[in-house]
Design a protein around this ligand. Structure first.
Ligand code: AR6
Length: 178
């Protein structure tokens, strides 16, 4: 686990399950365009939230790559879920700005809703095939660029399912900050 304090914001990388982050105001879903239950992160979040989440999502769908929408968290212990549609690697182009938009739009929604903390998974790096290290660089660059604009968000956590992925995040963050 890595923790950094930057411009009044705590930035963390932890190994864990995005659906088990009870101290976070918002958790981010690596969603599908239809905002339905799926595999990976979307499966864990929808299972934790219960069927009311899909019902709340339906009027907001479909969403486009790079877009983010916010809902309640239902049976999850958080206030909100931010649903981001990452790019399918090799299909939705240009991939880098589309992935960056996910992180930027999610943070903007958190600000608009006056949330203090938000946890991200590694969007697009599972079923959507984005190489992990490249995706990690986009994620951290975008978050670091956003830091001066944040006023309500004071705590950003990256939650990686696998230990090796958490290590890649720690290494990329160290390199960017050196
Ligand atoms: N907590 C944290 N990270 C997780 C979890 C979890 N519970 N489960 C998986 N990961 P993915 P995508 C990691 O596939 O690539 C879905 O079926 C995983 O190891 O969830 O954006 C949706 O319905 C990987 O590194 O999201 C969409 O159709 C990362 O989270 C599609 O997959 C993202 O994996 C979205 O694909």
């Amino acid at each position: 686990m890595t923790t950094r304090h930057l411009q009044g914001v705590t930035l963390e990388c932890v190994q864990g399950d995005i659906a088990r982050q009870p101290d976070m105001d918002a958790i981010v879903n690596a969603a599908n365009a239809e905002l339905r239950i799926g595999g990976g992160v979307a499966g864990a979040i929808h299972r934790g939230a219960g069927p009311e989440l899909e019902r709340e999502c339906q009027p907001l769908a479909p969403i486009q790559p790079g877009q983010a929408v916010i809902t309640g968290a239902h049976n999850l212990p958080n206030r909100s879920v931010v649903h981001c549609l990452g790019p399918v690697y090799g299909v939705d182009e240009p991939a880098e700005p589309l992935l960056a938009s996910c992180y930027r739009n999610a943070l903007e929604l958190a600000e608009q809703n006056e949330l203090g903390s938000i946890a991200f998974p590694a969007i697009s790096t599972g079923a959507f095939g984005y190489p992990l290290e490249a995706a990690t660089q986009v994620a951290f660059k975008t978050v670091l660029e956003m830091l001066p604009q944040l006023s309500s968000v004071k705590h950003i956590r990256f939650v990686l399912f696998q230990k090796a992925d958490a290590r890649v995040h720690e290494e990329v963050l160290e390199r960017l900050l050196d």
